[in-house]
Design a protein around this ligand. Structure first.
Ligand SMILES: [Cu+2]
Length: 382
């Protein structure tokens, strides 16, 4: 419910949804208390820590400035060597390229959390330093809108202050919940991902990204395309979505599940719940370009989706910073399945000393992607 207008600041733009339940708030409050208590007198402090907020709690000027900065990155030339992928056009494509390139090692693996934390931070830095964004990376507060995700200002389609709405409906031979099978390239065996048709499928026709031109991807396809295995060739097209309400709420993206995930006792249970449920269902709700496991970064909402996952991780870490900041769980590849580039390499567990490939020659160690208030990063989720 919107706050009454007599309260002129803070809550004025808050857009409602399902309030945070007490058990989640206890976890978030503990994270805030422990994180702020851990900060030193220098570097990252209580006074200079940046605050990543729900998109639904930003004011319109901050929302417009963020979207302006995304368009600004889309208008700047790429820095990645185009011999790696001739379809790379702009600064957003730099991010999509490395995400495609690393997909088979940074999902369903030990690197999921640190790689994406580093990745989001690089995007936030690019928005701020290259395009003058005044705010910080927002998150898609999807538990709050599990009753109807389209009630969130992320998706409500209001020009300039949302990420637009659903894609235009496309005719197909099935219901919205029927699935197609998409082939994930790059493994020693074929891996098929079921993907619902959803309720759209075509171009996003409203909001600030209606005229966005994508180039890289898609990568996951109904049939293999050996000539363009990773979607690196130029493929100019609109941004597509196909909302699937059966994934946006109901038994899925609810406060109850959010609380259960963040309350997990160990990193294995935490990553399992986060990746198997929250991550998968968030992407599947959006559908279209945002649900391609390799190039979902083509949808600018990707970064808000992953900020919510990073937020859950930060809250989980924040229950016990000493014991949990560097906790890692998972293999070195997707479910430990060998890559077709190294078919005889047996599965092995990721360690925090392993290097990660972040693009443009940046290869930090995994442990460097784990704290949120060290190594140059200084942010918290509120
Ligand atoms: Cu990813």
């Amino acid at each position: 419910m919107a706050a009454p207008s007599k309260s002129p600041c803070k809550k004025l733009d808050s857009y409602g949804g399902i309030p945070m339940p007490a058990d989640f708030k206890v976890l978030q409050d503990t994270y805030h208390k422990n994180l702020l208590g851990s900060l030193g007198a220098q570097g990252c402090t209580k006074d200079n820590i940046s605050k990543r907020r729900s998109w639904d709690d930003l004011d319109d000027a901050t929302r417009k400035d963020y979207i302006r900065a995304v368009h600004c990155l889309a208008s700047k030339p790429a820095l990645t060597d185009k011999s790696l992928a001739p379809g790379i056009v702009n600064r957003l494509d730099d991010f999509t390229y490395i995400h495609i390139n690393q997909t088979n090692v940074i999902h369903e693996s030990g690197y999921l959390l640190p790689w994406h934390r580093m990745f989001l931070w690089q995007l936030e830095e690019a928005l701020r330093n290259e395009c003058g964004c005044k705010g910080y990376l927002p998150y898609w507060d999807n538990a709050r809108f599990s009753a109807d995700q389209t009630k969130s200002r992320v998706w409500d389609g209001q020009a300039e202050t949302s990420f637009g709405g659903n894609g235009a409906p496309v005719a197909h031979n099935g219901s919205a919940t029927d699935t197609r099978r998409l082939l994930l390239p790059g493994f020693v065996k074929d891996i098929w991902l079921p993907m619902p048709y959803g309720t759209g499928g075509g171009c996003v026709a409203t909001g600030p990204f209606a005229n966005l031109t994508l180039s890289l991807g898609p990568v996951a396809k109904p049939v293999a395309d050996p000539a363009n295995k990773y979607g690196y060739r130029p493929n100019p097209r609109c941004l597509s979505r196909t909302f699937d309400p059966s994934y946006g709420g109901g038994a899925g993206l609810t406060w109850g599940n959010a609380t259960a995930i963040v309350a997990a006792a160990d990193i294995g249970a935490f990553r399992g719940g986060l990746e198997g449920l929250w991550h998968r269902q968030s992407h599947t709700f959006i559908g279209g370009d945002g649900a391609d496991p390799f190039s979902p970064t083509n949808d600018p909402a990707f970064y808000l989706l992953h900020a919510q996952l990073d937020r859950f991780w930060a809250i989980w870490q924040g229950q016990d910073l000493a014991g949990r900041t560097y906790a890692i769980d998972g293999n070195r590849t997707f479910f430990g399945i060998p890559l077709d580039s190294a078919p005889t390499t047996p599965p092995s567990l990721a360690t925090i000393e392993d290097p990660m490939q972040m693009g443009l020659g940046f290869r930090p160690l995994t442990k460097e992607g784990m704290p949120s208030t060290d190594l140059g990063r200084c942010y918290m989720y509120v």
